[in-house]
Ligand binder design. Structure first.
Ligand SMILES: O=C(O)C1=C[C@@H](OP(=O)(O)O)[C@@H](O)[C@H](O)C1
Ligand SMILES: C=C(OP(=O)(O)O)C(=O)O
Length: 751
């Protein structure tokens, strides 16, 4: 990292932005002296009196003399004249940067005004502000946890860019880099257009006959929407003029949108209205989550931007750490959230069905919500989720529309792989992207058989996301022998098979979860099942209906293990899905000696469910039968904790698939077990764990939800506290885990 410290910083234009830059430079001791240039003697006096700058001059060329960094924060329209005025005073090596909200025109102005010095001009834009303005509002912490966009051009000296980056970083900002045109387009859409609309709405109402009367009744909605119409008209006048082209383009897009809305209102088109608003609702939460790199649910449920401001995120509450005190026991009747695999499939099949599908028990976790958002992005009207209820207005197998942008799948492998299959036979092109973890996971396993069917799919580096699918291909049915036991690959091929000519069949090397096959049947689509083979014939239709998603056995697994290992525990987990392709965890724990009983077994919409009763019991180590591996594939992190508490050795082999989940679950669990002092040996395809007493320690969950929840349960038997980092992704599969676990008796604190 280059040195952020300068000898002398000159700030030209001492308003909120410039004053805050000067104050931050002084606070963090980033320069031996900080001086200002301003046309206003009063501003300079105030700046010096407030201690924001050490000295100042009304003569800009004089102000920059001897400075090795010049920060220009004058209105964008004045930038050319200001740069020309200060140029004669510039030291040869001085770096110049700015804080203007428009970049293209500022770069042109700098080129002209600075001549040969233009290569040391680093265009920048801090995304921070307040309603207050002027040097009296200067705030040394204004930029902390805010973003700064730098837009160097090909002419910009990279060393100068690196030093500007370093000073912003030292002020606590997060620095992003992008092309100037892209910056101007993005800002036109996300900042300039909303300001224009706010000014316009207030002006329009103010022009009405009796505007005072109207404003008297204007309530919170008006105040919220028009807050930014209190911004400085001179500054916005400049911005609108300087970014004219991009703003006009954004305005055009908006006009189309408002026209669609107008027509929907006029024609009383409820579907269109609900479509616009439900898409907007969740798209907003989705964007906030992506921008904040935090959980989607947190963004959605906050309903309040302030929770999502960067400063809140960096306080750590968006990616919490769990601190779990040792000991305790679990008790109670604990309803865990809906099954993730079935929730994904309910959205997919409901969207492709004819008619309206109502889902109960839907998992309101990040992964399932990513699937839901993807279908909204493809034009499906989906109401909810509200308390697990979702209403999907199916569009039929051929009713999806091209999304306007890549579909973001967050952390969810199931979403990306199943959608790759389902989208292989659509008429439009589409790109699927994901978060850092998903971007490392193998996608060729689905791309390859789909290509055999005639799909055109490309994957990124080393077969990883993004996945790009070219539409308009005609698919033909194939037979595919799965090279690995994967329900995701099986499902992807079967879903593509709905669009293929003839029969598509898949044979699996070992049984894997069969929710796709069962749910297709539930939607009236015939699936031929013959031993290890499942097959569908393209060209049918799916018929909408009612669907009930039971509680997720993969989420229940943490409590099955927790209650088994903590003496004195007894919990009941009601209404859990016990599909035989998912119950490996129960079989394995029972082989280890666990006391688990299934009560009240019944059928819920084609899937078996039961209330599961677990009592603490002494566990012993076992060799886990390889046949159970695919049936407990997501539960191994929890099972490893049971093994650490069992007497003797537990050995797992044949589980290499664990290495390509949200994290390398063999290695990440081994690292965590090592941190607690649990004896173990890692194999390429598994692990040996020797049970016994273990201590507390710090765990890196690597953003893997199941690692975090498993080690939380380990605290029930640890001798010291367990601190688990990076727990935001627990919300991908188990929103509310910390609350439910605490309620059950775990001594967990989330911070
Ligand atoms: O089809 C599904 O819903 C899933 C299949 C499994 O993945 P693989 O097919 O990669 O084993 C599992 O790990 C995942 O959590 C959900
Ligand atoms: C592997 C998992 O999910 P996915 O593959 O959908 O990311 C999981 O939930 O453990």
């Amino acid at each position: 990292m280059p040195e952020p410290r300068f000898n002398r910083i000159a700030v030209i234009g001492l308003g909120l932005i410039g004053g805050s830059f000067a104050a931050a430079a002084k606070k963090h001791n980033l320069a031996a002296s900080v001086v200002a240039g301003s046309r206003s003697a009063r501003t300079l006096e105030q700046g010096i009196a407030l201690g924001v700058v050490d000295d100042g001059s009304q003569d800009l060329a004089k102000a920059v003399q001897g400075a090795d960094l010049v920060f220009v924060s004058t209105p964008v329209s004045a930038m050319g004249a200001v740069l020309a005025a200060l140029r004669p005073g510039l030291a040869p090596g001085a770096i110049i940067t700015d804080g203007g909200s428009v970049k293209g025109r500022v770069i042109d102005a700098a080129r002209e005004a600075l001549g040969s010095h233009a290569s040391r001009f680093v265009p920048g834009h801090p995304i921070a502000g307040k309603e207050k303005s002027g040097v009296t509002a200067a705030d040394a912490d204004l930029y902390r946890d805010h973003r700064v966009i730098l837009t160097p051009t090909t002419e910009t000296d990279p060393a100068a860019t690196a030093r500007v980056r370093a000073i912003w970083t030292a002020m606590g900002a997060e620095v992003l880099q992008m092309a100037p045109d892209y910056h101007d387009q993005v800002l036109a859409e996300t900042s300039h257009l909303p300001h224009l609309l706010a000014f316009s709405l207030v002006d329009t109402l103010a022009r009405q006959g009796d505007s005072t009367e109207i404003f008297r009744y204007a309530a919170g909605g008006f105040r919220d929407f028009t807050r930014i119409a209190s911004s400085d008209p001179v500054m916005w006048h400049d911005i609108f003029r300087e970014n004219k082209a991009a703003l006009l383009q954004a305005l055009g897009l908006f006009s189309d949108g408002i026209e669609r809305f107008r027509q929907a209102v006029e024609q009383e088109d409820s579907d269109a209205l609900m479509g616009i608003m439900t898409r907007a609702n969740t798209a907003r939460a989705h964007f906030l989550a992506m921008n904040g790199r935090t959980s989607y649910t947190r963004a959605q449920h906050s309903g309040d931007d302030t929770i999502m401001t960067d400063s809140a995120i960096h306080k750590g509450n968006a990616n919490p750490t769990y601190t779990v005190a040792p000991g305790g026991q679990l008790a109670g009747r604990l309803r865990v959230p809906g099954d993730k695999s079935m929730s994904h499939r309910s959205i997919m099949l409901g969207s492709l069905a004819e008619g309206v599908t109502r889902v109960e028990g839907f998992l309101e976790g990040e992964d399932a919500l990513a699937t839901l958002q993807a279908f909204r992005d493809m034009g499906v009207v989906i109401e909810g989720p509200h308390n697990g209820q979702v209403t999907i207005h199916g569009v039929g197998l051929h009713g999806l529309k091209a999304p306007g942008k890549p579909l973001y799948m967050g952390n969810s492998g199931t979403s990306m792989r199943l959608l790759t299959g389902l989208l292989a036979g659509q008429a439009f092109d589409v790109e699927l992207t994901g978060d850092a973890s998903l971007s490392k996971r193998p996608m060729e396993r689905v791309a390859k058989p789909l290509r055999d069917m005639g799909a055109q799919i490309t994957t990124g580096n080393e077969g990883r996301p993004p996945v790009r699918i070219r539409g308009g291909q005609s698919l033909k049915g194939i037979h595919y022998d799965l090279p690995m036991a994967s329900a995701q690959v099986k499902s992807a091929v079967l879903l593509a098979g709905l669009y293929a000519d003839g029969e598509t069949s898949v044979t699996e090397p070992a049984p894997t979860r069969d929710h796709t096959e069962r749910m297709l049947g539930g939607f009236g689509y015939s699936v031929r099942r013959d031993g290890a083979t499942s097959a569908v014939t393209g060209g049918g239709t799916l018929t909408a209906g009612k669907l009930e998603v039971p509680a997720d056995i993969s989420s229940a697994a943490f409590f099955l293990v927790g209650a088994s290992i903590a003496p004195g525990s007894e919990v009941t987990l009601p209404h859990v899905g016990i599909n035989p392709t998912r119950t490996g965890v129960i079989d394995i724990l029972k082989l280890m000696g666990a006391d688990i009983r299934l009560e009240n077994q019944r059928d819920a919409g084609g899937e078996p469910v039961a209330d599961i009763v677990v009592k603490a019991a002494p566990l012993k180590g076992i060799e886990i039968p390889e046949s159970l591996v695919p049936l407990a594939i997501d539960e191994f992190p929890a099972i490893f904790i049971a093994a650490a508490c069992a007497e003797g050795d537990t050995v797992l082999r044949g589980a290499e698939e664990l290495r390509v989940k949200e994290s390398d679950r063999i290695q990440v669990m081994a690292d965590g077990l090592a941190a607690l002092g649990v004896d173990h040996e890692v194999f390429e395809d598994g692990i040996r764990i020797t049970g016994g007493e273990f201590g507390g320690g710090e765990i890196q969950s690597h953003g893997d939800h199941r690692i975090a929840m498993s080690f939380a349960m380990a605290a029930l038997r640890a001798k010291g506290p367990i601190i688990i980092h990076d727990c935001a992704n627990v919300a991908t599969s188990f929103p509310g885990f910390a609350g439910l676990a605490t309620h059950a008796g775990l001594n967990l604190e989330e911070a």
